[in-house]
Design a protein around this ligand. Structure first.
Ligand code: GAP
Length: 440
């Protein structure tokens, strides 16, 4: 795709996201704030569905993973122990003419990409966002907004395994906000300063690291397929040894082919015993696992699948966005997997009169108890279907004159636009089954 075409596709997705309430710029009325986004009525549902499906698959459906929801703010020493204070740096260069700042590793030449000016030498810039805790000057402490969710999993490791009676091998999962003072926040929600992660730290014996790395490699790939991403748009990228993060023995990324190129969706890292060893040394606490069966104490190794909610959201939107010609008009349709769709069913009376609106309202209220629905009686039926197509609603339910005779309704499939007639009291089951997280 040429640069112009890429821009056009991205613009269309950004515009749909704004127009239909998926994503807005944060603080828009004040001119926005770089790298921060707000998720509107449709976006918040899509995000929740992504997170809930992830939790369903990786926590609820497994007996070897449990959850955690830890505080974002942590003791400042955590970030010294984790290596973030020392090592979580970007190397930045400044343009001597226009004063714009760039990441050295993202520059193509050795001149300023904006004005062609001369650049300074690289300087290390810590990407953590500092904040101050406490109200008086002498008792306040500086700490950071967490740049990854996983550190609290390591710090709480002992609390979790002793309170839940989990035994190695087992994992702890967490979904939550992370913050990074990113220099370059291009590509819509791809690289933000405030974002959300879905992370699992899976603790195992050192001898089993490779086995579990492979198990997780397969499991995370399958999840992307199960939420509807096209396999042809996914690939693995192996980090070269010399470019690994300070904690990692091996890292693979799942990448998605966005309109602007391949980008990381999720990292899978073998963190070995790095984090638990560091936190044990800095806190002075024993973070070994004691196996009551073998009476053995050891520091477990860690395999870490770490995914971004925002990037999953963006990949899902890019993958689902389609335009097609229907009866001389362009139909914009989001082909979201039904389990991710913000609204599961639109309910429409064919016309408002003759009691059809009342039947439709009653049905919609009944369905609303099971899943998110939307009632619409305004305008031509075709327009109402199209409005639902644009937000990815998989099913359109129409109440017509035949409904009054035999208590059936039509259900229109968003993708094929085919309609089937279904008994009114079977609609909840018909839609519910197709939107469920249950596999198989
Ligand atoms: N605990 C390991 C860790 O944080 P990472 O590769 O730095 O690893 C994991 O981040 C995932 O978090 C990435 O694959 C991406 O999906 C998401 N992520 C990281 N930085 C992000 C940013 N600035 N904006 C949006 N998502 C981001």
């Amino acid at each position: 795709m040429s640069e112009k075409e890429t821009e056009r596709v991205v613009e269309k997705i950004v515009s749909l996201c704004k127009r239909r309430g998926f994503v807005f710029q944060s603080s828009g009325i004040y001119g926005g704030i770089n790298g921060c986004w707000d998720f509107g009525p449709m976006g918040v549902e899509l995000r929740r569905n992504i997170k809930n499906d992830w939790w369903y698959v990786f926590v609820h459906q497994r007996t070897d993973v449990c959850g955690l929801d830890a505080s974002i703010l942590m003791h400042p020493e955590v970030w010294v122990a984790s290596g973030h204070v020392e090592q979580f740096h970007d190397m930045l260069v400044d343009c001597k003419v226009c004063k714009h700042r760039f990441r050295e590793d993202q520059l193509e030449g050795n001149r300023c990409p904006d004005c062609g000016g001369e650049l300074t030498g690289p300087k290390a810039f810590n990407s953590m966002l500092k904040t101050r805790l406490g109200v008086s000057d002498d008792s306040s402490v500086d700490t950071y907004l967490r740049p990854e969710t996983c550190q609290s999993i390591f710090v709480d490791f002992k609390e979790v395994y002793s309170s839940s009676r989990m035994k190695v091998p087992f994992g702890i999962a967490q979904v939550g906000k992370s913050f990074r003072n990113e220099v370059n926040t291009r590509n819509f929600i791809f690289r933000s300063r405030e974002f959300e992660q879905m992370e699992i730290e899976f603790f195992c014996k050192a001898a089993d690291e490779e086995y579990w790395f492979e198990q997780w490699r397969q499991a995370i790939w399958q999840w992307y397929l199960d939420i509807g991403l096209r396999e042809s748009k996914l690939r693995w990228f192996e980090h070269p040894k010399e470019a690994l993060s300070h904690y990692s023995k091996r890292t693979l990324d799942v990448e998605y082919e966005f309109p602007f190129g391949w980008g990381e969706l999720q990292g899978l890292a073998n963190r070995g015993t790095y984090d638990l060893t560091q936190h044990a040394a800095h806190s002075g606490k024993d973070l070994k696992f004691f196996d009551p069966d073998t009476k053995e104490s050891f520091v477990p190794s860690v395999i870490e699948p770490s995914a971004g909610v925002d990037r999953t959201c963006l990949a899902v939107l890019c993958d689902a966005y389609h335009e097609e010609e229907v009866e001389g008009e362009t139909r914009v349709v989001l082909r979201l997997h039904p389990r991710l769709a913000p609204i599961k069913a639109g309910v429409f009376p064919l016309v408002k009169k003759d009691g059809l609106a009342e039947i439709a309202r009653t049905l919609e209220q009944k369905l609303r108890k099971k899943f998110p629905t939307f009632y619409d009686q305004a305008g031509a039926i075709g327009r109402r279907y199209r409005r639902m197509d644009e937000v990815g609603t998989p099913f359109g339910i129409c109440i017509d004159y035949q409904t009054k005779e035999d208590e059936t309704v039509t259900i229109r499939d968003r993708d094929t636009m085919q309609q089937v007639r279904v008994k009114m009291d079977e609609v909840a089951d018909y839609v519910g089954k197709r939107c469920s997280s249950e596999r198989g």
